[in-house]
Design a protein around this ligand. Structure first.
Ligand code: ATP
Length: 625
């Protein structure tokens, strides 16, 4: 028996077949999801909700997926609600009759505008009860809010929000409000929604199928073509997930989730991983990831690592791509690349990422460093080897130094050669190397995966020092003395499959001005009333406030130790104890990263081991117990 089969989707919900799905069905599901800290239970609840929709009205599935994800469309479609916080609270006040001061004090107490709305709704009074909200109507109205632009749109958007608030029942207002601020806080990231979707399709439409196989297919299809619209259309077409890998297209214009690399300790470990096969050691440039799409009409679109459309962000990029196509036979293509800032006056010397992030993009000279070709003239190339893809890249595009280049690489076999090349790369301004399998099973392109086929070697790792880490602030203490009223120190955590495990306290590295801005940022509604269950922090630490895990900070430190207080990577190095980072310093906020991109527990364990093997006198777990 499959898990969840005992659930009867027709009995499990209460409205008639063929009737529109009530929004209350979603809202009640969200309430239950919010109460659980178990990922498995979250998937079950979401999938049961989707199953009952599949039993009644297929067309409600797509809006339901969007409403679960807290988005109205894929990130690359650039659809924003555009309802400011002032207009939102005015709409809430008008709908509920709450006073400004009442709302403010409720907000200070609860820290979440959805919870505030829920508290306020008790006072809603209406003479004529509006029609109950449905999944379709809520989604349509929210799309109207988003698309309304121009004069008077602020008032019209607020009026639409108010109409939604007035029509809410039970807990619906909490979820409508959270949707309007685009922060659902149910921990349902896209992956969870996809897993739930696959489960719902299997249990309802294809009960003999292997759940695991179906889940893999659905997740993979979405990684190749990140669109709920297309995925739903194909899944619902013949009620099966079996065609999704063949039918969900890799399509220029729709971004694909980029492949990522796994860190590697040293050249020896790297060669072992590739079983002594030839390794293409590419320079790892310190810039911004970009997927470049050449569309049939000759236009070029640029997508970020998070699948946002950033075509207009860097001036020189689109002309550089178009120029490379001038005399070629390329009609359509998808390229994977890094955009790097360069100094034209100094022979296109590479500049660090900070330059790219800090300077306004129209004053910046950039070079597109292409490292992969994923699609060419109607054919996707993901299953070809890197060697084949690279040949096609070199044959079909023209390269211009300093503007549109293919990455510098060397194909190497020996440990020493790799180390020498790493030193050279670092001297030339690169961050390190990305070492990739050229042929064989590891050399295909794996969208969304941090795969074995790409190994990154940073200068820091090989020197045995701690490189920079990407950590998430999850809590803080109030500062004393000069720092009274500021948050100091902050508690930073690494990411471990949906959880945040504490790694270190950070109290330096920022200027006073930065420090005040960081405090103000969290004071502005990003403090939580209690510790969320997925924050893994030992009882010995009692922070003054818990923070919404919404930012990634780059942190540098001296080295790692096994810790009596912190729980990062607990169980990976030591049975119970975790790892902590000594002398951590704040470097910058990584606006290009989302919290799921933070350094993982596994990576920390790996860096810990690497440090222990470089310098056996420190960090051996046995000695530190
Ligand atoms: P980092 O914090 O070092 O940027 P990351 O977590 O962003 O790492 P990784 O998978 O570790 O991502 O490293 C891959 C990133 O390195 C890519 O997302 C890309 O932006 C960048 N990069 C630079 N040069 C290359 C290259 N030649 N091949 C692949 N990625 C490259």
């Amino acid at each position: 028996q499959k898990p969840g089969e005992e659930y009867d989707p027709l009995k499990g919900a209460w409205w008639d077949v063929n009737k529109e799905t009530p929004y209350l069905h979603l809202a009640r599901t969200f309430e239950r999801v919010a109460r659980t800290s178990s990922r498995i239970r979250t998937v079950e609840l979401l999938s049961d909700m989707m199953r009952s929709i599949l039993c009644r009205r297929d067309e409600d599935l797509l809006p339901a997926l969007y409403l679960c994800s807290g988005q109205l469309a894929a990130a690359w479609e650039g659809i924003e609600l555009g309802l400011g916080s002032r207009a939102l609270s005015q709409a809430l006040r008008e709908a509920t009759g709450a006073s400004r001061s009442g709302m403010r004090s409720s907000y200070v107490r609860l820290g979440d505008i959805g919870d505030v709305a829920m508290e306020m709704r008790v006072s809603v009074r209406t003479i004529v009860q509006p029609k109950p909200l449905t999944v379709g109507s809520v989604y349509t109205i929210l799309r109207q809010v988003a698309t309304d632009k121009g004069t008077g749109s602020v008032q019209r958007k607020a009026a639409l929000a108010k109409s939604l608030f007035i029509a809410t029942r039970e807990c619906e207002i909490r979820w409508i409000t959270r949707m309007l601020v685009q922060n659902m806080r149910i921990g349902a990231v896209t992956k969870t929604i996809l897993v739930a979707l696959a489960r719902a399709i299997v249990l309802e439409r294809d009960p003999d199928a292997e759940l695991e196989e179906a889940t893999k297919a659905v997740v993979e299809a979405y990684s190749r073509c990140s669109s709920f619209d297309i995925l739903c259309e194909i899944l619902l077409k013949d009620g099966s997930w079996r065609n999704c890998l063949t039918d969900v297209p890799v399509r220029p214009g729709i971004p694909m989730k980029p492949q990522l690399g796994k860190i590697t300790r040293d050249a020896g470990a790297l060669l072992k991983r590739f079983e002594d096969a030839e390794v293409s050691c590419e320079m790892k440039y310190d810039g911004q990831r970009a997927q470049l799409h050449v569309l049939e009409d000759g236009s070029v679109r640029v997508f970020s690592r998070h699948l946002e459309d950033v075509t207009g962000r860097y001036n020189g990029v689109v002309p550089a791509v178009q120029c490379s196509l001038a005399l070629s036979k390329v009609k359509t293509a998808i390229l994977d690349a890094e955009i790097v800032a360069v100094d034209r006056a100094a022979e296109n010397r590479l500049l660090p990422f900070q330059t790219l992030a800090a300077r306004s993009s129209d004053k910046l000279d950039v070079c597109v460093m292409v490292f992969d070709l994923l699609y060419l003239n109607g054919r996707q190339l993901l299953n070809q080897s890197l060697m084949e893809r690279r040949l096609l890249l070199l044959e079909n595009f023209q390269f211009t130094p300093g503007e549109f280049c293919v990455v510098e690489e060397k194909t190497l076999r020996g440990e020493e050669d790799i180390m020498d090349w790493l030193q050279e790369a670092v001297k030339a301004g690169a961050e390190g190397l990305m070492c990739k399998a050229l042929t064989g099973p590891l050399s295909t392109y794996e969208p969304a995966l941090r795969s074995e086929g790409w190994a990154k070697m940073k200068k820091d790792y090989v020197e045995g020092l701690t490189g920079s880490l990407d950590l998430v602030p999850i809590a803080a203490w109030w500062g004393n003395g000069r720092k009274a009223g500021w948050l100091s120190p902050f508690l930073l955590a690494c990411y471990n499959d949906g959880e945040f495990q504490s790694l270190c306290k950070v109290m330096s590295g920022y200027s006073d001005k930065q420090h005040q801005a960081l405090t103000a940022f969290y004071k502005d509604g990003r403090m939580l009333p209690e510790k969320p269950p997925h924050y893994i922090v030992s009882r010995g630490l009692q922070p003054s406030v818990w923070l919404d895990a919404c930012k990634v900070w780059e942190i540098k430190g001296a080295d790692f130790t096994v810790s009596p207080v912190h729980l990062a990577a607990a169980g990976l190095v030591h049975e119970e104890k975790g790892i902590s980072l000594r002398f951590p310093r704040f470097m910058e906020i990584r606006t290009d990263k989302s919290i799921e991109d933070a350094t993982t527990a596994e990576e920390i364990a790996e860096m810990y081991h690497s440090q222990a093997s470089m310098n056996p006198s420190r960090g051996i777990p046995g000695e530190l117990q």
